[in-house]
Design a protein around this ligand. Structure first.
Ligand code: PBG
Length: 340
């Protein structure tokens, strides 16, 4: 390239001022590519037995476990804010836990009681339930543990029973978080056989063996129980292709949506999954991600609301259609303020 030509190119470059589109709030709004809306949010709730209980969870500042009556008040708030769905996680007493997580098959268990109560409120809000065994086993694993091994097919049978009774209680979507092989197809088959053709499945397709689940385990009371780790069934954080294979199988087996979990360390997976399969993709901003933002903002190094919204818009930019987040209520309130 000659000297003159180079000079010409440089001149053109200085005329390209990208900052013109950033100069005022109104123009930034005009060129904004992604938006976070209340419609994107799914609220996880921790449920315990009892009445009138709202018990702060030490590992998750700002988050409590609720007895069903109290949890229903939160569901009303969520519905008022137009949050599309809630997803309950139970903290059951130790006496109810066993090797096989049998309580998951009890039609009167905490999740089912909560679900049918929400259903009876007739609100415009969806209920997404998890049929994994970990809240119900005395060893904290998502499947049945035998001789140090999580036995796959027997676990699937148990999870399927849980899914069907959750549907009977009124769950709109089953979101099994256990990563057992074949569970999506088995759940689909059982739901259909029992007349629940309209109950959907969100497959936790890309669930990683992550350190970021720690605070959640205290929330549901499994932190002292878990024997070993979950690496024989969750995906290795070093892998992308394994997640893609899992998602492909889950789609073939009948998944209606795919999930990536955790969220922020796995934005590349969200992007890849969305751009490959063109399916609705959920992302789970897990307890550890929540706590990281909370802790650093409590130390006043970072503005909490800004950090929260930035973390949530990152999911949208990566291609997520909806977000499971403990910030759902807070984010929804903030979004309404910003609308005004
Ligand atoms: C297990 C399950 C996990 C979470 C929800 N269900 C992971 C685990 O405990 O291993 C994590 C949610 C969170 O960290 O917010 N089926």
């Amino acid at each position: 390239m000659s000297q003159t030509k180079l000079h010409f190119v440089k001149t053109i470059t200085t005329h390209r001022r990208l900052r013109r589109n950033r100069i005022k709030d109104w123009i930034r709004r005009l060129i904004r590519e992604h938006r976070l809306s209340v419609d994107d949010l799914i609220l996880p709730l921790f449920i315990i037995d009892g009445v009138g209980i709202e018990e702060p969870i030490p590992s998750m500042p700002g988050i409590s476990r609720y007895s069903i009556d109290k949890a229903l008040e939160v569901v009303y708030q969520a519905a008022d804010l137009n949050i599309p769905a809630v997803t309950p996680f139970p903290n059951i007493s130790l006496e109810l836990k066993d090797e096989k997580g049998s309580e998951v098959t009890n039609p009167d268990n905490l999740i089912c009681r909560f679900t049918s109560k929400v259903k009876n409120l007739n609100l415009n809000i969806g209920i997404i339930t998890d049929a994994a065994l970990d809240p119900f086993t005395n060893h904290g694993h998502d499947g049945i543990l035998r001789n140090g091994i999580i036995v796959n097919d027997e676990s699937v049978k148990q999870i399927v029973k849980g899914a069907v009774i959750q549907a009977q209680a009124g769950a709109d979507i089953i979101a099994p978080s256990d990563m057992m092989d074949g569970r999506i197809g088995a759940i689909r088959k059982a739901l259909d056989a029992n007349g629940f053709q309209n109950v959907g499945i969100i497959s936790y397709a890309a669930k990683y063996a992550s350190a970021f689940y720690g605070p959640y385990r205290q929330a549901i009371g499994t932190e002292g129980l878990l024997q070993g780790d979950k690496k024989t069934y969750y995906i290795d954080p070093a892998n992308t292709e394994d997640a893609m294979r899992e998602a492909k199988l889950d789609i073939e087996e009948g998944a209606d949506m795919l999930m990536v979990k955790p969220g922020m360390p796995y934005l590349d997976i969200v992007w890849r999954m969305k751009s490959t399969f063109h399916m609705p993709v959920s992302v789970y901003q897990v307890s550890g991600e929540y706590v990281m933002i909370k802790n650093i903002t409590e130390n006043r190094f970072i503005d909490e609301n800004s950090a929260m919204l930035e973390s949530l818009i990152a999911f949208k930019r990566a291609g997520a259609d909806n977000i499971f987040t403990y910030f759902a209520l807070k984010a929804a309130r903030l979004l309404y303020q910003e609308d005004r």
